[in-house]
Design a protein around this ligand. Sequence first.
Ligand code: ZN
Length: 127
Amino acid sequence: MKEKVVGQRYSRQREEILRVVRETESHPTADWVYEQVRKTLPHVSLGTVYRNLNLLADEGLVQRVILDDGVVRFDGNTHHHHHFICTKTGKIYDVALPLDREVLAQFNAQTGFKATHIKIEFYGEKE
Ligand SMILES: [Zn+2]
């Protein structure tokens, strides 16, 4: 019986963590997710949030995003997409452009590699 209660608590935490990541387009860090989850689950620990985010990423329910600054962020958008990073504000935007086929074909033709997918980070300023 006790195990069941513990299991329910864990899945509630996991659901809440997933909800928070899915409801934002900000590509948040674990610390940010922790601050949000604490609003509904005040007893959650930072370690629990880290662990669950990594599990969710391993299961493909969220994506890990690591950019030039080396900070690990999480993305609730699990569809294939690229990113635009505003160098002024640091804000990360999702970019869904059909670039892949052409870029892959050129890349494979010129290098002899057999790349199957790409992720592009565009840097610059948003008007
Ligand atoms: Zn994204």
